[in-house]
Structure formats: structure tokens, C-alpha cells
Design a protein around this ligand. Structure first.
Ligand code: SF4
Length: 284
């Protein structure tokens, strides 16, 4: 079960994305997957390269469209474990419409956002996750927009699994990805992944000083949606761990009447040649 391939990532030395790649590879091995059981679908950005760095099925999609592709893959082949991944610009700006609707649709896939609070690939512009006052080439006087809170949005959209982690905490991140894969529904995992080249504010040290680990609150109940929202707001969205899980709601696939477990390619068409040719002719 080796999810490593021989492609050397071209992320900058020290980029948080390296650890997220390692965590996905470890989690996939730990839950007993084989490379042919896994599909990693990514969007555009530094983070989008991740699908090429994992020994599994992979597709490096288009900007903000990792989730539509990942959902299509899952609907075509329920036997695959599907992980979608991309950056905060990819998922929370151009792709936000897809993110919200994928959350409420609740297909059984895992979405990992590599959140560095900046656009790294295009050399450092303000993203929806950048803090107010954040100065970049696109906001030289400091951002005057409210920072987007992905955890609050995920909960509001009806998420059944919400978690957050930090790329430096490989143990926690790997465990959360394992839980996300095991969850029967859409698993949303936001991961703080420092951009060491362009984000000089949200650094490794900054996160270490400001993150609030849910492990500090042994009485915390991740099945309470109100409790989760309260904790997110109390901590300014900087908490890590399993924030919310609803095991009661069925996945989208499980609610479709007659939707088969087998991949479409394994299913019999159960149709005569004549009827098949007639069907094809209608679409020509
Ligand atoms: Fe990572 Fe930033 Fe370099 Fe992109 S620019 S690879 S996000 S450190």
C-alpha cells in the first residue's frame, strides 16, 4: 500500500502542502485502501498539484471545479474512495457555489481545503480567507473585506462532518482524514497550510500561538450543531479537531432509490441491442 509516486513536488521548501500530501497518503494506507481504490481530484492553485503527487487515480481539474468532478467520479463509481482537494481561493472564491451545494448534497466524499489565506500560485494576492487589513499587491492599503468563515458556512449549509487541522499536526490531520473517509457522507476538512513564500502574517509560529485544539475540551460534544457553531465563534474559527459530525443523515447515494452499489462500468445495461441502438440514435 504505497501511495507515494516518483514525482517530486515543486512546492516551495517549507510549504504546508507537503504535510497534507503525507497525511492523505498515511490515512489512505491506515484505512486499508489500495491505490486503485482511491481517486484524488484537485482544483487549481499550488494545492491543486496534489493529485499528481499521490499514487492513486487523480485528476487535476479546473479552477474551482474540483467538487463537481469529484461528485461525478463518485456517482459513476461508488466503489472508489474519493478525495477532493484545493486551496482556499479555489474552494471559497471561484468555487464557493459548488462548495456550499456539495456540502448540502452530502455525497460520500472527503473535501480537504489547503487553507493558506492567500493566493500563492499567482504570487500573493488577498484571498477570501485573508484577514481584514491584510496587505498584498491586490490590497496595498489592507483588505477592507470581512474574512470568510468556512466552518460557519459549512455548518449553515447542513454539513454532516466538519473538521479543521493544521499541517504541522500530522498526527491529528491523519486521524481526521481517516475519520472523514470513514464518514458516510460529505466530510469537510479545512487545513491551515502556511504559505511560507507570500504569507508573512499567518506563519507556523502564528498558528502555533493562536490555534485552539479541541483536545483541550474533553467535555466538548461534536454531535451538537449549536455547540459547534458557538465554539467556532468563540475561538474566531481557529479551533482544530473534529468539530461536528452527524451520523444519522444518509448520504446522497443512499437516498437515491434503486442506486446500485456497483460502479456503472460493472453494471449490466439490461437492455437489448436494438433498444440500445435506438437510445443512442435519439442522442445523435
Ligand atoms: Fe506553498 Fe506558497 Fe510556495 Fe505555493 S507559493 S508552493 S502555497 S509556499
Amino acid at each position: 500500500k504505497d501511495f507515494r509516486n516518483n514525482i517530486k513536488p515543486n512546492w516551495c521548501p517549507g510549504c504546508g502542502d507537503f504535510s497534507i500530501q503525507a497525511a492523505i497518503q498515511r490515512a489512505a494506507a491506515n484505512v486499508g485502501l489500495e491505490p486503485e481504490d482511491l481517486a484524488v481530484i484537485s482544483g487549481i492553485g499550488c494545492s491543486g498539484r496534489i493529485s499528481g503527487y499521490i499514487n492513486a487515480y487523480g485528476l487535476h481539474g479546473i479552477h474551482g471545479r474540483a467538487l463537481p468532478i469529484a461528485q461525478g467520479v463518485k456517482l459513476a463509481n461508488r466503489e472508489l474512495t474519493v478525495i477532493a482537494s484545493g486551496g482556499d481561493g479555489d474552494g471559497f472564491a471561484i468555487g464557493m457555489g459548488h462548495t456550499v451545494h456539495a456540502i448540502r448534497r452530502n455525497l460520500d466524499i472527503t473535501y480537504i481545503v489547503m487553507d493558506n489565506q492567500i493566493y500563492g500560485l499567482t504570487k500573493g494576492q488577498t484571498s477570501p480567507r485573508s484577514a481584514e487589513g491584510f496587505k498584498t499587491k491586490s490590497t496595498p492599503e489592507g483588505s477592507i473585506e470581512t474574512t470568510l468563515s468556512p466552518l460557519e458556512i459549512a455548518l449553515s449549509a447542513g454539513a454532516t462532518f466538519v473538521a479543521q487541522s493544521f499541517s504541522s499536526d500530522l498526527k491529528q490531520l491523519t486521524a481526521l482524514i481517516e475519520q472523514g473517509i470513514a464518514h458516510k457522507g460529505f466530510s469537510f476538512i479545512n487545513v491551515f497550510s502556511p504559505c511560507v513564500t507570500f504569507n508573512k502574517v499567518n506563519t507556523y509560529d502564528w498558528f502555533k500561538e493562536n490555534i485552539v485544539n479541541l483536545a483541550e475540551f474533553p467535555e466538548y460534544d461534536p454531535t451538537s450543531r449549536i455547540g459547534a457553531m458557538t465554539k467556532i465563534m468563540e475561538t474566531g474559527g481557529l479551533l482544530t479537531g473534529l468539530i461536528y459530525q452527524n451520523k444519522e443523515r444518509k448520504s446522497y447515494e443512499d437516498m437515491i432509490v434503486g442506486f446500485k452499489e456497483e460502479a456503472l462500468s460493472s453494471q449490466s445495461l439490461d437492455i437489448s441491442r436494438e433498444a440500445f441502438d435506438k437510445l443512442v440514435a435519439e442522442f445523435q
